[in-house]
Design a protein around this ligand. Sequence first.
Ligand code: GDP
Length: 359
Amino acid sequence: GVKVDSFGIEESLKELAQLADTAGLQVVGSTYQKLATPNPRTYIGSGKVSEMKSAIHALDVETVIFDDELSPGQLRNLEKVFGKDVRVCDRTALILDIFNQRAATHEAALQVALAQMEYQLPRLTRMWSHLERQAGGRVKGMGEKQIEVDKRILRDQIGVLKKELESVRRHRKLYRNRRVSVPIPVVSLVGYTNAGKSTLLNQLTGANVLAEDRLFATLDPTTRRVQMKNGKEFLLTDTVGFIQKLPTTLVAAFRATLEEISESSLLVHVVDISHPLAEQQIDAVDKVLSELDVSLIPMLIVWNKVDKVSDPEKMKAEAKSRGNVVCLSALNGDGLDDFCNAIQEKLKDSMVWVEALVP
Ligand code: GDP
């Protein structure tokens, strides 16, 4: 990272590594450099470029991710230096990959596709100037014309997508109220990336996942079925985590991936209470939630990673005094029983709690 802001470089790089992990990549290392302004050609300085080139070859790196949005020219120049087997991308492209993997509804998929196309539009140049070089300049100008054609095609596709999105939205508004209620309550986990949502999901389920169950064959990989001690069940679903530096161009796509939570019976806001910025993260999540159509859905707050705080007992007492908060450690399982009881309590107040599935 080059920019220095209130959100520190190291913290930001840590988050980037977490995002890469979420996208299914294995992070082998990270580095940064402080510059007054980014290098217009390569973003980082030339010394840093060669240092990275050696590291890339030594560690057999396949992907290099920059924490800021790079210009098409910078991406092209870096790819030239690092070699054609190395993919160079930026934070935005990485986040788009994650959204793409996680878009669960048709609307979300459309919104993400739209963001991907809009991201591509200014970057089209790349492919064609490359072809021009290969042709040894004989076809100069050809590439330029082709870029214009490609851009037009992409713009047309963007137009079509936007229309489709509009119609999907209209349709959803019309039909939402008529939906048949789910036979089993859905509990959605929301919260910052790294708060411990997927750890909690795995801790609660694991052995409880019934692979043969027909009814749940269509569940996406981020949804699990949880059976509680009293035999009652609910579906627990993980959502795309919040990110500190979400590029503004991706806000709409992010919201769309979250929209499915408006169908849940209960929201569980998972907080990493050991994080120094926990308070700000809670506010940021609440702000986005208040803009989604979820104000009527009951919410339970989880203070996770209580094993990491200096005085866990005090934290637990504080949580208890607040009422709506459960303190736990998703990692070692401490507090999970309280969590299940709290969920049961919450779901009792809410709508569907069908016992038909319990033998
Ligand atoms: P997600 O992005 O919200 O899904 O977060 P993850 O479940 O991937 O967890 C992020 C990191 O925090 C992982 O390294 C987890 O092992 C760690 N983690 C999750 N829960 C706890 C916890 O209760 N205590 C501690 N110490 N670490 C945790």
